[in-house]
Design a protein around this ligand. Sequence first.
Ligand code: PLP
Length: 724
Amino acid sequence: MDTEYNPVIHARLPRRIIRLEQLAYNLWWSWNRNARDLFKRMDRTLWTTTRHNPVKMLIETSSENLAALAKDPAFLRQYDAVMMEMDRDLGNGHHWFAQTYPELESEKIAYLSAEFGVHTSMPIYSGGLGILSGDHNKEASDLGLPFIGVGFLYEQGYFSQRLDPSGWQESIYTDLRQEEVALLPVLCKDGTCIRVNVTVGDREVALQVWEVLVGRARLYLMDANVEENAPWDRELTARLYGGDREMRLQQEILLGIGGVKIIRMLDLKPAVWHLNEGHSAFMVLERLKEYVAQGMPWNEAIEHIRAGTVFTTHTPVPAGHDTFTFTQVERYFHSYWPQLGISRDEFMALGSYDNGYGVNFNMTALAMRMSGRINGVSALHGEVSRRMWRTLWPEKAENAIPIGHVTNGVHLASWTGEAMHRIYRQYISPDWLSRQDEPMLWERIEDVPDQVLWDAHVYLKNKLFSAMRERARQSRMQQQASADHLLASGILLDPDALVIGFARRFATYKRAGLIFRDLERLKALIHHRYRPVQFVFAGKAHPADDPGKRLLQELHQWARSAEMGGRIAFVEDYDMHIARYLVQGVDVWMNNPRKPMEASGTSGMKASFNGIPNLSILDGWWAEAYNGRNGWAIQSDLPDGAPEWEQDKADAEALYRVLEDEVVPLYYQRNNDNVPQGWVAMMKDAIRTVGPMFSTRRMIKEYTQQYYVPSIREIIELEGDGEN
Ligand SMILES: *Cc1c(COP(=O)(O)O)cnc(C)c1O
């Protein structure tokens, strides 16, 4: 098989290793350690400088190198093994879904999301929601689900973060070079790029479609930057969360309505349509329109839509749910509702909702009214969502509101550090990845000698330190960063001392500044003569979020200050790449959101599975995972619903207390070999409890069993063939 994906690469590659092109163009490589290793081996320098982007590597590596590799027996042996593994993994029939539901193998599941964090080279995600979509896709591939993702190709992605000398966040947008990432244009039979037209108000917007291969799964990305569009329409897919409300509404029309059109154009017939957050909720309208055009009565059409729609809500923060004014909606949909055969008022009623700030057209309410299966992303978030949305079901008691939960998980193959991988293969099982959700398997973590686990952790910690220093060096050279700016990037951190990591979006409810509430107490911790504590922060504030940026600036000022003595660092431009280093290389993962604002949280799962205990408020996933031995809880005795300032005060107090009394002493209590045995016991318990339960393996199986399969069966019942 030597399909041509990229003519430049195709022409460069010697025949013997021609399939490197195919491997580079399927992001499957990114979670297969042998494949990653193959690219690393191909050109170690480029592996680093391209930030792990094989497509770019294959363009840039020298022809001499390629010719030499094609004759290097050791490389070829590894190449052949990886190709065999890829063929097996991408082949049919033997995956969990096909084995468990052989009769449903031909059904399809479409998954719409505004962001997908699949790989750093494709910056089409901003944070947790996107990373979750990416992990969802990868796991769907691993389990063999017939899965199609639909989203946007943002030319300029989210943004790169740089802090100016005063610590103020600057957003830098760079154009994606499509030919340097694993993007394939979807072509018509005559070889031209496919076009899908979507009516946005009174305009027609043309979309080009790109395909991304994510293992067995397919991701289709829409792109409005095509010649036939007016300049302002070409900008519609330029940036993730970049515009005003008007732009946002137009983007959501593209996502929901364009999403259905793309799937039709590709002649795919999904049984289930999964809305990942309300951004894509207009999708239900377009499908309703199709049913109505077939002559189906309204109520029956609604029944079909509900049977085939799954909706996942992601935020307990009211402002996190998109709303538009009725006037705005009217402007874009006035010619749409006649096609549904309903009046203006009936149309508006589909999304009408009073969120406490007034009645608006609410995307979450639309999604909830039109979905037969709805879930939150942790047990606690399910509960909060039932309370929050209960007015949509006025006849039901709160505990009977039809919103369930599937707790989020992380894709273990993507987030596990290589040093930990080696230990799991040796002591847990060589095929631990395929058995990762068997809790009994992880009892074997006790067999790992303390010294071995500790050494692996120290190795990963040193890798983080090297990465931070290299970033500091780069910013010194490229931006002439000042000496105190460099100091703030972590160059004075001591690898032998405790490091606490805190990395996430700078949303105010996440309270990145909590540890700074009592400066004397903080200084006592970080300047302790024998048992110092250090902090590494990272994260972006939304470009329009000035309070978030101010908080970040304040934090950066502390990091630069002489008072803190270089023990507080801020790593700029948090993304998936730097996230891997952080969740594998700090000693403790700290999370202190204002409860119950963190719907789930996932970075603590990534850390825990790398043996990095979580120190967190009992919110989201941690309320389910914490057992007293696998990490720490930040817990005050304030009742729920106390005013914010009181909560912040009590939580800060609890945070200092647990750091002083528990975290720090345990870390510095060493045996004769300088191994912190009590600490290692906690690392082991984190791995044992989090691995099998908080992985996307467990998560996708739950979605399949509780949502996708019942939905497919219902559709088959209604329509005969399950295609809708
Ligand atoms: C995992 C991850 C997130 C999600 O973090 P939360 O714990 O949900 O706040 C955000 N950004 C990046 C880059 C990540 O890798």
